[in-house]
Unconditional design. Sequence first.
Length: 150
Amino acid sequence: MKDRTLYGFFAGIIAGILEGIGNLISYYSNFAQRRLLDEMAIILFGNKPIDSLQTITALTARTIFSGLLGILFAHLMKYLNDEHYLFKGWVYGISLMGVIYSITSIFKMPELAYTHTYTIVSNFLGASIFGLALAESLKRLLLVRDVTKE
């Protein structure tokens, strides 16, 4: 089975979970002032989650969004060679961070308009984790696919 969409989705979910864990560690160690799930909740509901259902919904949406970003990366990598795939994943991750910050700025989302410096540093590290984990997990999933195909 050569379904880059499926493998990209799973690689994105894996990378998103690792990014989320890093973000939660940063948040609960009082480094970052906002969780990634808070940002998703603000996009979805207009405010931080106020109950368990909104928290679960924001986490689910964030996970699916990570999967969609993984699909995009998997299809993009089809046109690039596998050389320096970790670097390409890292660039993809931090580029997405820039695009997402730009979109929230363009749409003037008041809850996301001001972001503390430490949160930006934490999100940069998270985007780096996301990009590297995405590239590595996609490579491993595609490698498993090639091995089982033989």
